[in-house]
Write a protein that binds this ligand. Structure first.
Ligand code: S3P
Length: 177
């Protein structure tokens, strides 16, 4: 884990974890509960470019998408007002982003789920072109490759398995208190 926990007042709350773990859903619930703005990195990219994640991915390639991801992460973390940030699954891939997450005034919570839970939740199409082929195999590889990266940036880990959104919210709030 990257840094010691401290009071959440004044700090952003960032959710990281694999696709399908519920970062956006849990992020929305946390933002409502804490009365904070929610920044969802995928939504920020769509708002900024006027294009869907899939369009950017297909037309410009992953590298362009990852560059946009760094931009929106930097902007979200730079906001004065403490927010909840739902960071898309691949945000930890760039070292630059991991450094941003570790150095920002932010509590980073890694949402973790069993592979079967993730597979149940992700569906074809939409904003996840990486899962177009062999979603099970891809998620398994990602879990292996990205686990250490999530761990590197996380201040806390919360399992979402067999827990309602409300329970996950409570667990997140407990571990950053
Ligand atoms: C990705 C996760 C997606 C989206 C894109 C790439 C990834 O976001 O940014 O498909 O590399 O893990 P979610 O984690 O919100 O599904």
């Amino acid at each position: 884990m990257s840094h010691s926990s401290s009071s959440r007042a004044g700090r952003h709350l960032v959710l990281v974890g694999l696709m399908g773990v519920g970062k956006s859903t849990v992020g929305r619930a946390l933002a409502a509960q804490l009365d904070r703005p929610l920044f969802d990195s995928d939504d920020m990219i769509v708002a900024r470019t006027g294009r869907t994640v899939r369009e950017i991915w297909v037309d410009d390639g992953e590298a362009t998408f990852r560059e946009l991801e760094t931009e929106v992460l930097r902007d979200a973390l730079a906001a004065d007002e403490p927010s909840v940030i739902a960071a898309a699954g691949g945000i930890v891939l760039r070292e630059q982003n991991r450094e941003l997450l570790k150095s920002a005034p932010a509590d980073v919570v890694w949402l973790l789920a069993d592979r079967d839970v993730l597979l149940d939740r992700v569906c074809n199409g939409g904003h996840r072109p990486l899962l177009d082929d062999d979603p099970a195999g891809t998620l398994a590889r990602m879990a292996e490759e990205r686990g250490p990266l999530y761990q590197e940036v996380a201040d806390a880990v919360v399992s979402v398995d067999r827990r309602s959104v409300n329970d996950v919210v409570k667990a997140v709030l407990r571990c950053i208190a």
